[in-house]
Design a protein around this ligand. Structure first.
Ligand code: G3P
Ligand code: MG
Length: 282
């Protein structure tokens, strides 16, 4: 099996990366959305890591649990619904799948693309721990982009990278993972603590003045830009300088093709099946 570093250097490009799993057709950041991403042939999946109150690593995107669970029903009147204000045991009582049927943001339920049995199977899904998510990836001999959310104003800013890396090492999965973060300090910590690990610099809102210089400074393998902040020439310059470029979140498949034609090495998408097909990968 190739390592994630090799995958970004030498795989038959482009990589299709299932954003929060196959999020267009299943509740994001669940083992079910990951399984769907695998089933449709994504090369990797992407997940978001947060800490619970008792410093357990869990897979949730937002700071709070409101959008993707039934937390307000299960814990009415709590003063905070932030992930970091709940213990892992408290999180285990939440349903992270039922919300999808009524609030599927891409309208795939209304479009009839998800059958009744599949919808029923979403009910009662749990928030995965990072360990469960990694073990699923391992069982599939698969790859995952672990995005460490920015904990600067939450608990665990000083420990989150170390804890993520310790888990990856314990599971012997460094070769199957690329770590990314908007908090670039975590990437530098990664480089120091686990030099063999592939890393990607996430950027959004403002384009760095010199993306190549940023990647060199951080010692990352890849640049992970929001599609909205790519400037003409960025893809070519970064690839010429030896960096992979995985662009997010690309759901328009003509755009995906265009990005790949200009050198993107990976497409992070909510619709991995459509992306694979658009890119001639299956
Ligand atoms: O890793 C790419 C993308 O997931 C970054 O943004 O907010 O979707 O986690 P977000
Ligand atoms: Mg993410």
């Amino acid at each position: 099996m190739k390592s994630t570093v090799e995958l970004h250097e030498r795989a038959p490009l482009p990589l299709v990366i299932a954003h929060r799993g196959a999020r267009g057709h299943a509740p994001e950041n669940t083992l079910t959305s990951a399984e769907l991403g695998h089933k449709v042939g994504a090369d990797l999946w992407e997940l978001d890591v947060n800490y619970t109150k008792d410093y357990r690593l869990v897979v949730v995107h937002d700071d709070t649990l409101v959008r993707t669970t039934n937390v307000e029903e299960v814990y009415p009147g709590r003063s905070s619904y932030r992930v970091c204000d709940f213990t892992l045991e408290e999180l285990s009582r939440l349903d992270a799948g039922s919300w999808y049927e009524g609030r599927d943001q891409f309208g795939r339920v209304a479009a009839g693309e998800i059958d009744a049995d599949t919808l029923a199977s979403f009910k009662g899904l749990r928030i995965p721990t990072l360990e469960e998510a990694l073990l699923l990836t391992k069982r599939f001999d698969w790859y995952v982009n672990v995005e460490i959310k920015n904990h600067e104003h939450l608990i665990g800013h000083d420990t989150v990278t170390k804890d993520v890396l310790e888990m990856i090492r314990r599971l012997d999965m460094a070769d199957q993972i690329i770590i990314s973060s908007f908090q670039h300090r975590y990437l530098e910590e990664c480089r120091a603590l686990c030099p063999e690990m592939a890393t990607g610099a996430l950027v959004e809102t403002t384009r760095p003045e010199d993306p190549v210089a940023l990647c060199r400074k951080l010692g990352v393998n890849a640049y992970h830009p929001d599609r909205l902040i790519l400037a003409p020439g960025d893809l070519e310059n970064l690839r010429d300088a030896g960096f992979a470029v995985n662009v997010w979140t690309v759901n328009d498949m003509d755009e995906a093709k265009d990005l790949v034609a200009h050198g993107a090495s990976g497409i992070i998408t909510d619709f991995p099946a459509a992306c694979r097909s658009a890119l001639g990968r299956g």
